[in-house]
Design a protein around this ligand. Structure first.
Ligand SMILES: [Zn+2]
Length: 209
């Protein structure tokens, strides 16, 4: 992350007079005629004056413009202190963001476990009811519809069974968004291809497509 340092602000006093008047300074500075500009900023130290134009032929008007540099804008803290405070603030922001990201990851992990648990409970029910077809028991993560696809955290080439640790979620036709699948989903398998059977262990079997 790029670290920006606070910018230096400069102060310049601008006074415009003629033989009779000291002109109001608010057009080019504050009420005391002080113009502030920031180094590297949009206004990099240019003062624009707006002066009345004389209308008498052959009588030039003389203005006196005095521009005095007053130095850096006076802060309560020195520039070094401000750089330090700015740095500390950026560190706080970075730590806050890191903590948010960590919490988000924790939340995603927890939700993944919950989805997997729900699906395993549904599969458990299928065994109790002696149902064979996953499509009749597994529901969508987002609604009560039957799931069309089961999300997998990793593929298991050559294996004809799905293990619970692979399951990341399940979704129906309506909630199928291939660009936004459940956390850690690397693959998906049609629920229509899944069949439950018992061979001493409860298994989720993948039928050849
Ligand atoms: Zn759904």
């Amino acid at each position: 992350m790029a670290t920006k340092t606070p910018r230096v602000k400069h102060r310049v006093k601008v006074i415009v007079t003629d033989d009779e008047y000291v002109y109001p300074s608010s057009r080019w500075g504050n009420k005391d005629g002080i113009h502030e500009f920031t180094e590297g900023g949009y206004d990099d130290g240019t003062v624009f004056l707006s002066l009345k134009v004389p209308k008498k032929l052959g009588k030039p008007k003389t203005y006196t413009v005095t521009v005095e540099y007053l130095g850096e804008k006076q802060y309560k803290q020195t520039y070094a202190q401000r750089v330090n405070a700015h740095q500390k603030n950026q560190d706080r922001v970075r730590k806050f963001k890191e903590e948010q990201a960590r919490l988000e990851l924790e939340k995603q992990e927890k939700e993944l476990i919950q989805r997997r648990q729900r699906i395993m409970n549904q599969i458990e029910l299928a065994f109790v009811k002696e149902g064979k077809e996953a499509v009749n028991f597994v529901t969508c993560d987002k609604c009560d519809a039957k799931a069309k696809l089961l999300g997998l955290q990793f593929e298991n080439p050559g294996s004809s069974v799905i293990v619970p640790e692979q399951i990341t979620g399940a979704w129906c036709e309506e909630h199928d968004n291939k660009y936004k699948r459940p956390f850690k989903t690397k693959a998906a398998i049609a629920c229509g291809r899944l069949e439950f059977f018992y061979d001493g262990l409860r298994q989720i079997y993948v039928k050849a497509s």
